[in-house]
Design a protein around this ligand. Sequence first.
Ligand SMILES: Nc1ncnc2c1ncn2[C@@H]1O[C@H](COP(=O)(O)OP(=O)(O)O)[C@@H](O)[C@H]1O
Ligand SMILES: [Mg+2]
Length: 304
Amino acid sequence: MSVKVSIRGQSAAPGSLADALKGVKLKLVTISGKGGVGKSLVTASIAVGFAMRGYKVGVLDGDVYGPTVPKMLGVSNSTLFVDERTGKIVPVTGPLGIKVVSIEFALPSDDTAVIWRAPLVNQALRDFIAQVDWGSLDLLVVDLPPGTGDAPLTIAQSLQGGLDGSIVVTIPTEISRRIVLKSVDFSRKLNIRVAGVVENMCCFKCPDNGKIYYIFGRDAGRRVAEAAGVPFLGGIPIDPELSHYLDSGRLHEFLAKENDTARAVLAIVDQLAEMYKDKLSQQVKAEEKPKRLSLLKLPGEEEE
Ligand SMILES: Nc1ncnc2c1ncn2[C@@H]1O[C@H](COP(=O)(O)OP(=O)(O)O)[C@@H](O)[C@H]1O
Ligand SMILES: [Mg+2]
């Protein structure tokens, strides 16, 4: 089985996961029972929000089938390099110094569909996680593929023991209720603490008059969190301005605005920072050495 990608160069050296993550204080994943609910928005927002609060942040876009985090952070079309001295993958540096690694960086174009079979996906994911040189970070946030199937399971299992919490992202409909419970169950079965539920699209902020409309009814996210016995972290309105900033890769600029939506997002970040303040104040430090870079070759890529 082989993968056709546009880059040529050096393979990353196999490494142990514990090694790759030893300089990372707090490791969180975002999960959702289905796609399109705003999981990547929440992942990227947590990364940016923590970075705005002065933390050193990394983000791993593990959604092999729909990698969108780089676009939201304005670092699409970046290339991954391997440090020749260590054989480790060097993350791309995004806004506010956020370290970004995504499968998107290895695809030939924006419109390329990832049609790898499960074993290759699993291998690519493991390699990504174990072979990246994250250095010292306060927070690593991982965007898992949607659902509770093979791909999210692989990443979660690869990181098992190292994960400090999961953030379940949902939208406020009755149908989502069961899906949230499934995501909570997924997390618990993998022994990952559920940090809480984020209700995206909790309401609509009208651009004409700034009024908030609760299209799907109020407090569905809070109720489902209570039913599952996990914390409710907050809601994020549907905001056309946010959508515009996301599409143009300027989430960090949006969150710096002092509007209701940005405040709602940062309130979620502050809750997480409070929840994990002991972890964040730990002393851990990875060694930082000078790098010598060459292009990354993906697992499964054929020699020419
Ligand atoms: N609260 C929101 N306000 C405006 N647009 C949003 C909001 N949440 C998500 N979107 C838009 O909806 C789409 C899906 O969001 P995304 O985070 O990519 O979902 P997922 O990762 O769950 O598939 C994106 O284009 C994003 O820009
Ligand atoms: Mg996504």
